[in-house]
Design a protein around this ligand. Structure first.
Ligand code: HEM
Length: 488
């Protein structure tokens, strides 16, 4: 494999960025930097490369990618361009997304579960799917999800009572799955079908824990794709259960008695161009995607945000005080959520340091010229929020936890150019507004009720399907002092 990082003449740093070594003082004072895996410096060939990728996508990458604007990799038949230059990222995602489609063969790891969902498709099929889905996530609909998120967050905060030391990931997975079931199908996670889907989904994750590597490693077409029998079985089980929910909902829509939730909205929205609604199999694909894309990602972000607050008790106390002031009297109205400013800044910072979708890949549909270098048709274009969010030439104190950065000139400029937790452009996450409401509110609800402390085990981030803790993300919980607890 050869890797050639490129010098930085083109893209300028954001204002007030640190020197080239990224060594600006940590604004938070003496708090240790949040965990960041050591990078791999070895170049010992294709086999090493694949093995490192199978372990973890982040630590497989060399440390110079935190400073480079672009790097070119050749590994056997694979030709990849790793893009960190904000202008290039914008070209690929915002300006000409049609020329850089999702590399569908790399999404094959997801196919048994997601079928031909919006997450995987390209071109006209993808555009039709987004025309039907997007109206369900418009700003106005967010008001309607608030009561569901509130109820799920309240229940989650109560479930944590008396926990002591816990792994946050199962807890946050539980609450974000609950949010998805409540908002999509108006059922809580305790519902029998919802509980079965959640259990099957966990089995699916266990059966293919390295799904992300499988989805991202650009293996040549002739390499057979192995989906373990267990993973195929759990994918079938999940899809069968989802089909039951979709059928039941179709019957309610036909009878005119369906609740006004996301499933009803999506199933009864015709494509404005061809006038057709989703067919049953199409809807099963989309629901599986909402479940996967909408709960694993939010669970990862919430777990890291809570751990970061455990590691920064000063910020935790401020977020708790804010939460009690805004939420103390019970479910706030939509406008009052804007009062959760500190919680929002913390959640944004967690998404920066630990972007749930750490990397994504596109394919060059035709030959291109990137920073003076020829990019052949079919080359892999790797975009890495993980590296972009910690780029030493862009961000001030890139590895530090500093939620106040969003008020600084550097933070605001980087937020526009170098911050991609939800991707950008036409293919950006349709659930971004949903996820911000959910993350900020549930973070506040949990911290208002519980005090979090770190344990001796510092979590190790690894990029799997989403960014997880290699051995979990553990904290110690104790009740916060008496006062309004957000769940009267
Ligand atoms: C913190 C939470 C979330 C994060 C960080 C996140 C991030 C992302 C990212 C980065 C992508 C683009 C992936 C790529 O281009 O390869 C994406 C796509 C998507 N997300 Fe999210 N997401 C979150 C929550 C949600 C929620 C709550 C939903 C729905 C309920 C959702 C639905 C989707 C869908 C349907 C796509 C595919 C869009 C397309 O390809 O056109 N996401 N998300």
């Amino acid at each position: 494999m050869s890797a050639r990082p490129h010098p930085p003449p083109g893209a300028g740093p954001c204002p007030a960025a640190p020197g080239p070594n990224g060594s600006a003082p940590h604004p938070g004072g003496t708090a240790p930097l949040p965990p960041k895996p050591a990078a791999t410096e070895s170049r010992s060939g294709l086999w090493h490369y694949f093995r490192a990728f199978r372990r973890d996508l982040i630590s497989a990458m060399p440390s110079r990618l935190y400073r480079a604007w672009m790097a070119e990799y050749r590994a056997g038949p694979i030709h990849s361009f790793f893009c960190n230059d904000p202008d290039l990222v914008s070209l690929v995602l915002r300006e000409r997304p049609g020329d850089f489609p999702k590399a569908t063969r790399m999404q094959e790891g997801l196919r048994p579960l997601l079928g031909r969902s919006v997450f995987i498709t390209n071109g006209a099929e993808w555009r039709r799917q987004r025309r039907i889905i997007d109206p369900a996530f418009e700003g106005g609909r967010l008001r309607e999800i608030l009561p569901h998120v509130w109820a799920a967050g309240r229940d989650a905060a109560r479930r944590l009572d008396g926990s002591g030391v816990i792994d946050l990931e199962p807890a946050t997975s539980h609450v974000t799955a609950d949010v998805i079931f409540r908002t999509l199908f108006s059922i809580p996670i305790e519902d029998e079908v919802a509980a079965r889907i959640f259990a099957a989904f966990r089995a699916h994750q266990d059966a293919q824990p390295l799904l992300n590597a499988a989805a991202l490693i650009p293996l040549p077409r002739w390499v057979p794709r192995l989906h373990s029998r267990r993973a195929q079985h759990s994918a079938r089980e999940i899809r069968g259960q989802i089909a039951r929910l979709v059928d039941a909902r179709a019957a309610l829509i036909a009878a005119g008695t369906a609740p006004d939730d996301l499933a009803t909205k999506i199933m009864s929205t015709p494509d404005p161009q061809d006038g057709r609604c989703f067919s049953r199999p199409e809807m099963v694909d989309q629901v599986a995607t909402f479940f996967l894309a909408g709960h694993e990602t939010s669970a990862s972000a919430l777990a890291w945000a809570l751990w970061l607050l455990a590691a920064h008790p000063d910020w935790q106390d401020r977020v708790a005080a804010e939460a009690r002031a805004v939420l103390g009297a019970g479910q706030p109205d939509f406008a009052a959520l804007s009062g959760l400013k500190l919680s929002r800044a913390v959640f944004r910072e967690a998404l920066r340091l630990y972007p749930p979708v750490a990397m994504t890949v596109r394919e060059a549909a035709r030959a291109e010229q990137f920073r003076g270098r020829r990019v052949p048709k079919g080359a892999q274009i790797v975009l890495s929020p993980w590296h972009l969010h910690r780029h030493e030439r862009l961000w001030a104190a890139p590895d530090a936890f500093d939620p106040a950065r969003w008020d600084s000139e550097n933070g605001q400029d980087c937020a526009r150019r170098a911050y991609l937790p939800f991707s950008a452009g036409a293919r950006a996450c349709p659930g971004a507004g949903f996820a911000m409401l959910e993350g900020v509110l549930i973070l506040s609800q949990i911290v208002a009720r519980h005090r979090l402390e770190t344990t001796a085990e510092t979590p190790v981030p690894v990029a799997r399907l989403t960014l997880r803790g290699r051995d979990g993300i553990r904290v110690r919980l104790s009740p916060r002092d008496p006062g309004p607890r957000c769940d009267p």
